[in-house]
Design a protein around this ligand. Structure first.
Ligand code: HGY
Ligand code: MN
Ligand code: MN
Length: 407
């Protein structure tokens, strides 16, 4: 069957088709963000691939794409992932799960499998939050895990609102919000994803299943001081927000290092106006904080915030802090996890520090994740990788799981 179908070729063809979309020549890697040109191009590619396979494609009210093999729901077996990336991201985070789902359908068709339950491939919108700042935005909207009005008002760095962006993409912003009909169709959800870490490398395994996701959230710190001339302003006359912003960055590592299992990061710091010879008037800093449970995550953020407030006061600056997203620890459905692992002959179960749409769905339907080995262990950077043999192993694993769950 494998020779007749040539899974590796199907994988390579699909992966190659995406390789030039959203290439970021300045940062390296890929920049593909919710409803931007690159992501809309990827959506068009997915739609064409799904239609070519005779799948019925629908865009739900929140901009998530659904490709159906059989009449939609109920009790559908749904797989898929996302096509957007972080700025300068790798090639596999998201697309691996979408391509694997399409090729798994090919594999099942090639062996004559006829599903007894509907199967759907979903492409969630804005999983990385790379444009509007909230991760898993499409799955949060689908499940009602984010207030629809607040979502409509989200803005990208250019001031474009989500409402304007979805309108430009042909959607009605007034309809954004919990989609009971789409959610009711989902019986179980299984997302395949490149591992973002070295767990499978250390275990010498191609494929694994997920056990849990760290609690994690994002907070925006806005330091406000007094914009002024870098040369004409004596040091004693300054209220420079860059100083408390820098204190926040250093406190992030210091505080998280003292809490077991915690991870805290500042990857985005935006001075305004951002001139070399200008003392900033404001500096925005985004904190990404994660830990094995809610208590530790909150404790880390509180201690970092206290350090930021103290540093701001010391420099005569104001500080506002806004929680932009938060999700508690996710423990995947153990029954489905063990069923999936059993289908695959008992693959290892791994925790992850990376968030996923599966982490949002897990609160609403039985959900599992499959991981594919990443030899570098690196993610959210161009070095992210998965070997062809492991990608094929991932496709075969997903096909076996879909056959069991939808058989
Ligand atoms: O940030 C995350 O963990 C995920 O990649 N969105
Ligand atoms: Mn990611
Ligand atoms: Mn991802």
């Amino acid at each position: 069957m494998k020779d007749a179908f040539r899974t590796p070729d199907a994988w390579k063809d699909a992966f190659q088709a995406l390789s030039e979309v959203g290439v970021d020549r300045r940062r390296g890697g890929y920049s593909r963000h919710g409803f931007d040109r690159a992501e809309l191009e990827l959506r068009a590619w997915f739609t064409e691939e799904a239609l070519r396979r005779g799948l019925a494609v629908r865009t739900d009210r929140n901009g998530n794409l659904w490709a159906w093999w059989g009449e939609p729901g109920p009790d559908a077996v749904v797989t898929g992932s996302h096509l957007d990336s972080v700025p300068g991201g790798g090639a596999f985070d998201g697309p691996l799960g979408v391509i694997a789902a399409l090729v798994a359908v090919d594999m099942l068709r090639a062996k004559g499998f006829a599903p007894a339950k509907p199967i759907a491939i979903v492409v969630f919108a804005e999983e990385e939050g790379g444009r509007f700042g909230v991760p898993c935005l499409g799955s949060r909207l689908l499940t009602g895990s984010i207030d629809a009005d607040a979502a409509r008002r989200l803005t990208d760095p250019d001031g474009v609102t989500l409402a304007e962006a979805v309108t430009a993409a042909g959607l009605d912003p007034a309809r954004l919000g919990r989609d009971d009909e789409a959610l009711a169709a989902v019986g179980r959800f299984v997302e395949l994803h490149v591992e973002q870490g070295r767990g499978l490398v250390d275990l010498d395994a191609s494929v694994g299943v997920a056990s849990s996701i760290l609690a994690h959230g994002r907070w925006r710190f806005r330091f406000s001081g007094e914009g002024n001339h870098a040369g004409a302003t004596p040091l004693g006359d300054r209220r420079d927000p860059m100083l408390p912003a820098s204190a926040l960055v250093l406190a992030t590592r210091r505080v998280a290092s003292a809490v077991d299992g915690a991870r805290a990061t500042v990857g985005r710091l935006v001075p305004n106006p951002g001139g070399t010879n200008v003392i900033s008037s404001t500096v925005d800093v985004w904190l990404d904080a994660r830990a094995p449970d809610d208590a530790r995550t909150r404790a880390v953020v509180e201690e970092i915030t206290a350090a930021a407030r103290s540093a701001a006061a010391g420099e005569g600056c104001e500080l506002t802090v806004a929680e932009e997203s938060y999700g508690d620890t996710v423990h995947f459905d153990t029954g489905l996890r063990d069923e999936v692992s059993g289908v695959l002959g008992g693959v290892p179960a791994l925790p992850t520090g990376a968030g996923h749409d599966a982490g949002i769905l897990a609160a609403h339907v039985p959900t599992a994740m499959l991981f594919v080995r990443n030899p570098t262990g690196v993610s959210h950077a161009p070095a992210e990788h998965a070997e062809l043999a492991d990608c094929v192993a991932g496709v075969e694993a997903l096909a076996a799981v879909l056959e069991r769950l939808a058989g």
